[in-house]
Design a protein. Sequence first.
Lengths: 166, 105
Amino acid sequence: MISAVHGLGTPGVVAKDDGDCAEERSARKQTQLNRAPIDEGVRDLVHQFREFLIALWLSPGGQGLAFLTIGTVLVVCATAAAQVGLNAWNRPFYEAISARNFFSFLYQLLVFAAIAGGLLVLNVAQAWLREMIKLRSREWLTRDLFAEWLKPGAPARLAGAGEREA
Amino acid sequence: MRLPDSPGPAKEKRRLGLGLEKVVAIARDIVDATAKLTWVTAGYGWVSIVAPLLIASPAYFSTKLSFGELMVVVGAFCQVNQSLRWSVDNFAVLAGMARGALQSH
């Protein structure tokens, strides 16, 4: 990930004369200067996210969170499929309207009720899964934190940990 | 500094655990309430796709409206609906603000 970010910054421009080249060099230097804190931030974020995943994976709640995540992926796939179905439904629905075919119109409304009802259930399931992932991950990270802080000898380690915790 | 092997940490762990259980139980209620609210907010969105056509259909099928007029009616409904659905979309945010106001008393 980080190497990809570096790779992006290498311009493959061939300068025509030295004036352009110097300009190019200074521009490159500037982008590198600006990028340093961003790179550091990205590295920090990746590191924190890895720690977050490891702590959750090792906690007893890891399995439940894995199920919630799998459930979310399945719900998103089902939602995509239902959206495609809804898009396809538009054509017969508008054809029934333009033909002023009342019974066909009613039938298409029933089809819509089935598709939209399914999508509504999926929406609610997705919202519930999202909130549960938030809740469970926070719960297990807190438990992990309690366990870390209440380890024997934790108060002694705290003295040297001030900067990292701040 | 010698650290005590007393039941202090275990007791503290139990106390923190009890506090956490309470917070988690409340958060769980919020999760369920959010899911219930989604029935309304998402359902409102899906119904509003066919609602204007359904409402205008008697006039259309009795040939008082042309197809073009029907589409204009639908467009007008959607525009008004888009403008007025702010409160539906932001109900959860408003509920959060109300909670904050209640807590500050």
